[in-house]
Write a protein that binds this ligand. Structure first.
Ligand code: NAP
Length: 436
């Protein structure tokens, strides 16, 4: 029997689906011991700290993760940080295979004047703040403004805009961080504007998410009628178009034509607007856009501009992978060829392909990477695993420890009709996960 030791770094969807692919690939001759290593005291990655709290269905994938964790040969090592508690060099020697599933945690920058003003916040900080990520509890999001602007025409922009635009009482029965729920309840925001730089036909939103918008109970959603009409005319001229694009435009038409409720909360979607400057005295007060037009399928700048008075700008324009010592990041991704980084090091998920695709995308991709790994495997080495490299006494949160945190959060939630109340404090998380 060949027994291989595998370290997967990052306990998000890509990490779990990689573990699952190894588990599925086992047979009478080959076995994999899998150590899932996670920087935070809690696993589940973006399922815990990224997915919008008002979309709980998406989080049910965590049941699959917990099933993977129950399989023989699987161990969780949470509260263990790559580059601090263990080095990549040591991991490479302690394991037959190392798979990086570290995601893309850094928000991209607009690179315009005023981006550093207070209350211009990246979705990469704002989303983990409302999702109780312990590193983001002190994000200073001031919601004391009537209008918020969200930059980007993707699903992340839509999640953020929805969270800002809905009646916060709709979040009462969700796992929104307690500190964020309080802030949303005293928020003065009644108008949220999503601004995309290209046309409706270029938007990165997906149709199911667009179709949900007219169903919001306490928010009216507006989309620019003329822009949608013109996009449809351009698309008609193109002849055959992709189904996803057709569905998106149909969903946008639905938003445009649905009966408005006449409520004070508004979510607006605007296209053809490139942010060029954010103005304000220390804090965001106004954002200036250049108007674009579509020529030959491309967004071209006009000489026209407009501005929106706003006290909050959230940028949701994509993410970059984190650069660990010894790992090269190019175009926001860890440099790799089909998932191979170097020697016995591989990469999967957003860190491999960039920040695109939904949670399920990681399943097929991780299977492909594991297939490649298995093709490249030599005989197992005499490796020692994490115990040989982790400082003795390091407070690891293992699967049992995580289950204690999980149970504590779920029980606190049950008492008040929520799926859980997330603990957002590092020390309390560690103490919950390590005490007997
Ligand atoms: P995305 O889908 O790539 O959208 C990024 C948006 O930012 C695009 O509209 C892009 O416009 C715009 N952008 C980029 N640079 C810009 C700049 N300098 N100025 C203005 N706009 C700029 O990324 P995402 O929204 O972060 O989502 C990441 C992935 O997660 C996507 O695959 C998404 O579907 C997925 N996701 C799914 C869900 C869900 O299923 N419910 C929820 C959240 C996220 P251009 O196209 O012009 O570059």
């Amino acid at each position: 029997m060949m027994i291989y030791k595998v370290a997967i770094i990052g306990a998000g969807p890509a990490g779990y689906f990689t573990a699952q692919a190894f588990q599925k690939a086992q047979n009478a001759r080959t076995k994999f011991i899998i150590d899932l290593i996670e920087r935070l005291p809690t696993p589940w990655g973006l399922v815990r700290s990224g997915v919008a709290p008002d979309h709980p269905k998406i989080k049910t994938v965590s049941k699959v993760f917990e099933k993977i964790a129950k399989e023989d040969g699987f161990r969780l090592f949470a509260n263990v940080e790559l580059g601090k508690d263990v080095s990549l060099k040591d991991l490479r020697e302690a394991y037959d295979v190392v798979v990086l599933a570290t995601g893309s945690p850094t928000g991209r920058k607009l690179g315009i004047k005023g981006e550093d003003l207070l209350n211009c916040i990246s979705a990469a900080d704002f989303i983990p703040w409302y999702n109780a990520h312990p590193d983001f509890t002190d994000v200073k999001a001031d919601l004391n403004t009537d209008t918020a602007v969200v930059i980007g025409a993707g699903n992340v922009a839509m999640d953020v805009a929805r969270m800002l635009a809905i009646d916060p009482r709709e979040l009462d029965r969700t796992d929104t961080a307690e500190h964020a729920l309080g802030a949303f309840k005293s928020s003065k925001i009644r108008r949220v504007i999503i601004c995309g730089r290209r046309g409706p036909e270029h938007a990165a939103f997906t149709a199911p998410e667009l179709r949900d918008l007219p169903k919001l109970e306490n928010t009216d959603v507006y989309i620019d009628k003329v822009q949608i009409k013109e996009a449809n005319l351009r698309i008609d001229k193109m002849g055959e178009v992709e189904k996803d694009l057709k569905n998106n435009l149909e969903a946008m038409k639905l938003i445009e034509s649905h009966m408005k409720k006449g409520v004070e909360r508004r979510l607006e979607i605007k296209f053809l607007s490139t942010p060029i400057e954010i103005k304000g005295n220390k804090k965001v007060e106004e954002i200036v856009f250049r108007i674009n037009e579509i020529k030959d399928g491309k967004a071209i700048a006009t000489d026209k501009t407009f501005s929106i008075k706003t006290g909050l700008v959230i940028t949701a324009i994509g993410y970059d992978a984190f650069e660990y010592p010894g790992i090269k990041v190019e175009n926001g991704r860890i440099s790799n060829i089909a998932g191979h980084v170097e020697h016995n090091v591989y990469v999967t998920g957003w860190a491999k392909r960039g920040p695109v695709g939904v949670i399920g995308t990681n399943k097929s991709e991780s299977s492909n990477v594991v297939e490649l790994i298995i093709k490249n495997l030599k005989k197992p080495k005499k490796t020692l695993g994490i115990e040989a490299i982790l400082k003795s006494g390091h407070q690891v949160i293992d699967q049992v420890g995580w289950e204690k945190i999980n149970a504590s959060e779920v029980i606190s939630g049950e008492l008040v009709g929520k799926p859980r109340i997330k603990e957002a404090d590092w020390k309390r998380l560690i103490s919950l996960g390590t005490t007997l």
